[in-house]
Design a binder for this molecule. Structure first.
Ligand SMILES: NC(=O)c1ccc[n+]([C@@H]2O[C@H](COP(=O)([O-])OP(=O)(O)OC[C@H]3O[C@@H](n4cnc5c(N)ncnc54)[C@H](O)[C@@H]3O)[C@@H](O)[C@H]2O)c1
Length: 248
């Protein structure tokens, strides 16, 4: 049991990568707060996991939402060890020149500003229990960007950079900060990444992945489990590519 005695908050855990990460953490002994803007989805995932999980509806882009998640972990489980910033949004694949200001503002709020709030709200609690781990879901898009997703890609590059800076700044408090960089995965977001969901476009996306398949939520769950566990207690500031070799 690699997460025995630990408590984790996972955002965007109502589906996709977040659901898989939270479920995997619970299998390894963690208590988990399942946070998602879709409250019903958060509660459904928590009930599927059982007594070691609690669901909460929050908007990660707000200070109030982050305080609510932190308080939920404290009240339900009495401590905080791992915070996974996984909730994210994208604009549909299109020219950078046509993305609406509303979509741009949503991307900066959910993908970027949420990290500002979460870090300021969670750091003291993580430090209070001897240190901990912050893990942010970035993307290969932040390392090897493609056209069509410019503003989304840039938000993920920002996340990778913020994690590296925070890794250094929070190291004296024994808080490790790492990011995960998945390649395309068949979750709810994939059709927006592709623009048009056809077998030909899926094939085009898959063709550039040396191991020959999309990433799966279980790949992210296993990578997050490693970074959250004590086995990674000397690993900080890393942008871990979970991409079948795509970024080589
Ligand atoms: N699927 C891919 O191909 C892929 C590739 C690289 C990175 N990512 C990143 O992975 C992360 C998870 O996405 P996914 O692929 O599992 O898709 P997903 O749509 O299944 O999960 C995203 C979750 O975030 C939640 N969410 C959105 N806005 C929120 C907010 N303001 N507050 C709280 N929750 C909110 C959604 O309700 C949803 O449950 C995202 O950060 C995404 O950018 C995905």
């Amino acid at each position: 049991m690699r997460m025995e005695g630990k408590t984790a908050i996972v955002t965007g855990a109502g589906s996709g990568f977040g659901e898989a990460i939270a479920t995997r953490f619970a299998e390894e002994g963690a208590n988990v707060v399942i946070a998602d803007i879709r409250e019903d989805a958060a509660h459904a995932v928590a009930s599927a996991i059982g007594a070691s999980a609690v669901g909460i509806g929050v908007d990660v882009a707000t200070r109030a939402g982050n305080i609510a998640m932190r308080d939920c972990a404290a009240e339900s489980f009495g401590r905080l060890d791992t915070f996974v910033l996984n909730a994210g949004v994208t604009h549909k694949n299109q020219s950078a020149l046509t993305v609406s200001e509303a979509d741009f503002d949503l991307i900066t709020a959910v993908n970027m500003k949420a990290m500002f709030h979460a870090t300021q709200v969670m750091a003291d609690d993580l430090a209070a229990f001897g240190g901990g781990s912050i893990i942010a879901t970035a993307s290969t898009a932040g390392l090897r960007p493609r056209p069509g997703l410019v503003w989304y890609n840039a938000s993920k590059a920002w996340v990778i950079n913020a994690c590296k800076c925070l890794a250094v700044e929070l190291a004296p408090r024994n808080i490790r900060v790492n990011s995960l960089c998945p390649v395309a995965s068949p979750t709810a977001m994939l059709s927006d990444f592709m623009g048009e969901d056809t077998p030909e476009i899926r094939e085009k996306f898959q063709a550039v992945i040396p191991l020959g398949r999309f990433s799966q939520p279980r790949d992210m769950a296993n990578a997050a489990l490693y970074l959250a566990s004590d086995q990674a207690d000397f690993i900080t500031g890393v942008a871990l590519e979970v991409d079948g070799g795509r970024c080589v």
